[in-house]
Design a protein around this ligand. Structure first.
Ligand SMILES: NC(=O)c1ccc[n+]([C@@H]2O[C@H](COP(=O)([O-])OP(=O)(O)OC[C@H]3O[C@@H](n4cnc5c(N)ncnc54)[C@H](O)[C@@H]3O)[C@@H](O)[C@H]2O)c1
Length: 282
């Protein structure tokens, strides 16, 4: 049975822990860490069967006897920890995929994974259809992602520091940003995971266009992907309900994380379209 260590005990981390606790995922949750000790303790109190050890610092998590570390914390946590996880020869599942829009981070992680022979798992997260994008990658010419969210889901984004627009001042659907995915990451760091996953599956963050729309009339996080090239075209739209505990995180992302870790931990033969835990290599 795989031994799992958890970095981040918030919305996604808790769902993963509870899926292991209820045996929906066939694994052992042995160690957990969160920058907030209270968050780790609160989660541990809900895991009477698993009884994971709460490590007092991230290094003790990375050196623990585990097969995989699940990062469900924050982009900075991934930047700080990915190399240490890989150097300790552990597989790594990444939820803060937005950090990989930075080529230097991406390359360090994937080169280290090759060198140390570990796997990088990137769940499809809050989007679907990436198998199709990957399949036509070499024939893709244009990819546009239009993400529409309630202004509350974008609150706190650095974009608002540099703009006259405020979340409370938005009274109708408003395009806040249109441009390359790589530039969206500094403006909407907590909201670019889908853009990153799409960029990695397709033609990269500089050639993938992101349009960020704030709509005070919506209660969904909607992602519309329009892709075209010599293969033809594809358009798909995902309408996500925000998770109850974090309006920035779509429920689909939580479910996808559980599914991807379940796939990693199971010995089942899985179809390639179902293998959303595949490592991406550009
Ligand atoms: N791939 C996707 O499609 C997708 C979708 C939604 C969210 N995400 C990302 O997944 C991550 C987790 O999302 P969530 O909804 O569970 O967030 P959350 O805010 O509910 O929980 C994050 C937890 O991580 C902890 N944390 C933050 N920085 C840390 C650090 N440096 N070290 C250790 N712990 C740290 C926080 O204290 C918190 O308990 C976020 O980065 C989010 O942007 C990805």
């Amino acid at each position: 049975m795989k031994r799992v260590g958890l970095l981040g005990c918030g919305t996604i981390g808790s769902a993963i822990a509870l899926a292991i606790e209820s045996r929906s995922i066939h694994a052992e949750l042995t160690h957990i860490y969160d920058a907030s000790r209270a968050a780790a303790e609160s989660l541990a109190s809900r895991l009477p069967e698993s009884r994971p050890e709460i490590t007092s610092n991230p290094n003790l998590l990375f050196t623990s006897r585990t097969d995989i570390i699940v990062e469900a914390a924050a982009q900075q946590a991934l930047r700080d920890s990915a190399l240490a996880v890989i150097q300790n020869r552990k597989d790594l599942m990444i939820m803060s995929v937005g950090a990989l829009l930075d080529d230097s981070i991406h390359d360090v992680i994937f080169e280290a994974a090759r060198e140390f022979g570990t796997r990088i798992i990137i769940p499809s997260g809050a989007i679907a259809g990436l198998d199709g994008i990957r399949a036509v990658r070499a024939k893709l010419e244009r990819v546009t992602l239009t993400t529409t969210k309630h202004p509350d889901s974008l609150r706190g984004a650095p974009f608002f520091d540099k703009s006259d627009v405020t979340p409370d001042g938005i009274t109708s659907p408003t395009v806040l940003y249109e441009g390359p995915a790589v530039d969206a990451v500094s403006l909407f760091p907590a909201n670019v995971n889908v853009a990153a996953a799409l960029s990695l599956a397709g033609i990269g963050g500089s050639r993938t266009t992101v349009r960020m729309v704030a709509d005070p009339n919506t209660d969904k996080n909607t992602h519309r992907v329009e892709a075209s090239g010599t293969f033809g075209g594809m358009t798909f739209e995902i309408e996500n309900v925000p998770s109850p505990t974090n309006p920035k995180t779509s429920w689909l992302a939580v479910l996808s994380a559980v599914e991807a870790l379940g796939g990693y931990c199971s010995d089942d033969v899985r179809s390639s379209s179902n293998r959303n835990g595949a490592a991406y290599n550009r």
